[in-house]
Write a protein that binds this ligand. Structure first.
Ligand SMILES: *Cc1c(COP(=O)(O)O)cnc(C)c1O
Length: 430
């Protein structure tokens, strides 16, 4: 059996880890079946414990933008580890990566490092509240900002006034401070602001959404949010955990030519180690402890191994901006190839793409927000697509709500191999 050892390891894991995984999407619940257990990875490839090889389109959900086990990053981690792995005291590495990040992202003067994207977004909201002295935030349905309580909110019946918890354990008290709007709907945001005059600290958004499939912002949408924030003394928070250092050196802000007040990072910025960060101009960042009164801390924040990996990664991206043209061109090649195959088999599809973020929805409704994303996700066609490709050695995200991440380690031969696999799977998708 092809996945024998993975199945056995998953059963063992289920005995001691809830659902057998440390992050839910890994359990394949949305597509069924047993997750593959990874033994190792190199470049564009993953190898599972049964010895199967896969072309990887998840890339650790984004960080491995230059491919797995990228030599300079691995060497940097190893060399740093030999000098000790954590001190709980400042190191030069932290200043070096901060200087580079500030240089690459034009809207920020200062940056604070944390251990995950969740922590970055949670801290950014606290900072925005401390700075504006207001309590409510606006977020968008289908945008993911990590699993902290304020973000695990669904639209309530009185969506204009407040949201409701969408996980047990999140209190009504927390939910009432998060207001929900549909992505790409400026009018809804205006209505919410109108109904909550003077009470909203910030709008937090994925400038290119990547957690309901890839959903780019409509023309004028982000500009409209920028204006609303300026008119109502609210901060605009761009969650660039996915888009940062991926869509351009300066992330979505550079690519789409728009500036946020606070920006959060994760994924690529850690080079594959657990890192998040949030950043802003000095005036805002100086509200943070120990300079200011907004508290935020972390025992392992700025960990030397993590900083060494992230620094090496950012240095490579900064030195060779042609990487962005290269991954964009590869993603476009994949996009065109897939569209041609689906067209020739009369398979209804919508492919959304911006730069090296791409997703496939099996339906013809334009996917512009969470609701339209859900329509095609509900058909079950995606599961067949996923398992068909896995069988042929192509590992895509196990959910219709996830973006694929293209790495520069993928060659055009790899892309042709992928397209050939898609062509073989396509007839089963009707
Ligand atoms: C992944 C992600 C997060 C959460 O980051 P973690 O490191 O998983 O906590 C937050 N925001 C966005 C946009 C993400 O894609």
């Amino acid at each position: 059996m092809k996945y024998q050892r993975s199945s056995a390891l998953f059963k063992a894991a289920e005995q001691v880890i809830p659902g057998g995984v440390n992050s839910p999407v890994r359990a394949f619940k949305a597509v069924g079946g047993t997750p593959i257990f990874i033994d190792k990875a190199q470049g564009a490839y993953l190898y599972d414990v049964d010895g199967n090889r896969y072309l990887d389109y998840i890339n650790s959900w984004g960080p491995m933008i230059l491919g797995h086990a990228h030599k300079p990053v691995v060497e940097s981690i190893v060399n740093t580890a030999q000098k000790g792995t954590s001190f709980g005291a400042p190191t030069l590495l932290e200043t070096q990566i901060a200087e580079l990040a500030v240089q690459m992202v034009s809207s920020i003067d200062k940056i604070r490092f944390v251990n995950s994207g969740t922590e970055a977004c949670m801290s950014a909201v606290r900072l925005a509240r401390g700075y504006t002295q207001k309590e409510k935030i606006i977020k968008f349905s289908g945008c993911y900002h990590g699993h902290s309580d304020s973000f695990l909110i669904a639209a309530g019946s009185g969506a204009i006034t407040f949201g409701t918890p969408n996980s047990p354990g999140v209190t009504q008290g927390t939910a009432k401070d998060t207001l929900l709007a549909p992505y790409n709907n400026l009018e809804a945001v205006q209505n919410i602001i109108e109904a909550n005059k003077g009470a909203i600290a910030a709008i937090i958004i994925e400038p290119v959404a990547g957690n309901m499939g890839c959903v780019p912002p409509k023309e004028g949408f982000l500009e409209g949010l920028r204006l609303l924030c300026d008119q109502n003394e609210m901060l605009l928070i761009f969650d660039e955990v996915m888009t940062g250092f991926r869509l351009a050196k300066g992330g979505a802000q550079e690519r789409l030519n728009i500036k946020a007040d606070i920006v959060t990072f994760g994924k690529v910025i850690g080079g594959g180690l657990p890192v998040g960060a949030f950043a802003a101009r000095s005036e805002i960042m100086d509200y943070l402890a120990p300079l200011g009164s907004v508290y935020q801390a972390g025992t392992l924040s700025g960990n030397p191994l993590a900083m060494a990996a992230g620094l090496q990664m950012l240095q490579e991206l900064n030195q060779d901006a042609s990487i962005y043209d290269s991954i964009d061109a590869k993603t476009q090649y994949l996009h065109q190839g897939m569209a041609t195959i689906f067209d020739s088999h009369n398979i209804p599809h919508t492919i959304n793409r911006l730069g090296s973020m791409i997703s496939v929805h099996f339906g013809t409704t334009p996917v512009v927000d969470f609701e339209s994303s859900s329509v095609s996700a509900a058909t079950g066609v995606f599961s067949k697509f996923f398992h068909g490709l896995l069988e042929k050695g192509v590992y895509i995200a196990p959910s219709a709500y996830e973006t694929w991440f293209i790495s520069d380690a993928l060659t055009y031969e790899d892309l042709d191999f992928t397209l050939a696999a898609i062509a073989q799977v396509a007839p089963q998708l009707k």
